[in-house]
Ligand binder design. Structure first.
Ligand code: SF4
Ligand code: SF4
Ligand code: SF4
Length: 158
């Protein structure tokens, strides 16, 4: 049975803007239904990127670091709100670069590319300015490693 706090959360009374759940989370309503807000996944994450978000439900804070997809949060989740089935992708998240990106303003920068193990960020040469950073969505895993090092705060994971 869904308790009152959860029901209100699901109805949107206390639901915030979309929150990024830990990898391999169930679809949002099922996740909210199953998650007991025990914080076990927060304690299990070696990267320390899981925090208690709106309503006390776990959310990912990429300003703290990247997800390595180690699966420790999933293993720690006893109610199975995080559930890793064979072949399941951890999530559909990708990095998105906005117009605060420094090369768009004539400043040379490749910091994000230096942190991307997936080689998902290309720098396209152009006339009259430094190369522009572009995300390859087919390669990007949404790990978030590029977000914190970005000096322009130009990256979000969505
Ligand atoms: S997969 Fe690992 S690094 Fe990613 S959120 Fe879970 S515990 Fe943290
Ligand atoms: S680190 Fe940030 S500012 Fe620099 S190229 Fe990448 S997205 Fe642009
Ligand atoms: S989210 Fe990860 S894989 Fe995607 S561009 Fe950033 S560092 Fe590369």
């Amino acid at each position: 049975m869904v308790d009152v706090g959860r029901r209100n959360f699901l109805r949107g009374r206390t639901r915030p803007k979309a929150q990024i759940r830990p990898p391999w989370a169930l679809a949002e309503e099922a996740f909210i239904d199953r998650c007991t807000r025990c914080d076990d996944c927060l304690k299990a994450c070696p990267q320390g990127i899981l925090i208690a978000g709106e309503g006390g439900y776990p959310t990912v804070d990429f300003s703290r670091g990247e997800c390595t997809f180690c699966g420790d949060c999933v293993s720690a989740c006893r109610p199975l709100a995080l559930l890793r089935r064979e072949g399941d992708a951890p999530w559909q998240l990708k990095a998105v670069i906005n117009d605060q990106c420094l090369p768009q303003h004539g400043v040379e920068c490749r910091s994000c590319g230096d942190f991307c193990d997936a080689n998902a960020i290309r720098f396209s040469p152009r006339l009259g300015g430094p190369p522009l950073a572009e995300i390859d969505p087919d390669r990007c895993t949404g790990c978030g490693a590029c977000l914190a090092p970005c000096p322009g705060k130009a990256i979000r994971i969505a």
